[in-house]
Design a binder for this molecule. Structure first.
Ligand code: 5RP
Length: 221
């Protein structure tokens, strides 16, 4: 068992009969979905909302029943990966481009459980490029505004020769902050910026982090 699998499987144990479950995106969330799929095959009855088209497909493959958002008020639990986790359980997410749906689902959940291999633990957020989802209309203006305001390198995410397009039809700008001193301040500032749809800072949202290690151990924070 590898570190991601250990974290994903441990988180899946938190899913109980009758729950409404948010399914994350990425290679760690994959293992949680796989395990939940096995539990469903063994008779567990749950319903789920996926945070990306890729995770929707995975859920369908494992016969995990997906439910339209209109039929859900709150989710009991959401399980998702992260790119960086700091000691306050603040996160950078969005390496896989699903940050908007991931945040929508996380904030609607009674318990947001983050699963990560131990390499994701950091003292300060910001080494990983912060994904910022921006609207395509006049995206060059938004990019310029962010570059001018923060004076850090910011790259438009690409998919080959084309701009990367999220499941929501937007673009992603990846910002190299290096070290983010005040995650909450930056989070609020980006959120208030016209042209920015969402960003990958998750501050005060995670309830639990399950860290997986290569020897199969897990640590719950
Ligand atoms: C996708 C995400 C992922 O959860 C994050 O990138 C971690 O991915 P992985 O588990 O593959 O390392 O935020 O938008």
């Amino acid at each position: 068992m590898n570190a991601k699998q250990a974290a994903g499987y441990r988180a899946a144990e938190l899913v109980k009969e009758g729950m409404t479950v948010g399914l994350g995106t990425g290679s760690t969330a994959y293992y949680a979905i796989e395990k939940i799929g096995e539990m469903v095959a063994s008779g567990l009855r749950i319903r789920a909302i996926a945070t990306s088209k890729a995770s929707e497909e995975l859920a369908a493959k494992y016969n995990i029943p997906l439910v339209p958002a209109a039929e859900v008020d709150r989710l009991d639990i959401a399980i998702d990966g992260a790119d960086e986790v700091d000691p306050d359980l603040s996160l950078i997410k969005g390496g896989g481009g699903a940050l908007l749906r991931e945040k929508l689902v996380a904030v609607q959940s009674d318990r947001f459980v983050v699963i990560a291999d131990s390499n994701k633990k950091v003292a300060h957020l910001g080494q990983f490029k912060l994904p910022i989802e921006i609207v395509p209309f006049c995206y060059e203006w938004t990019l310029r505004l962010l570059e001018t305001r923060y004076n850090v390198p910011i790259e438009m995410r690409m998919n080959g020769n084309e701009l990367y397009v999220t499941d929501n039809g937007n673009y992603i700008a990846d910002a190299s902050f290096g070290k983010i001193d005040i995650p909450k301040g930056l989070s609020d500032e980006l959120k208030a910026t016209t042209g920015v749809v969402e960003h990958g800072l998750f501050v005060g949202i995670a309830h639990t982090v399950i860290v997986g290690y290569e020897d199969g151990r897990t640590e719950v924070i």
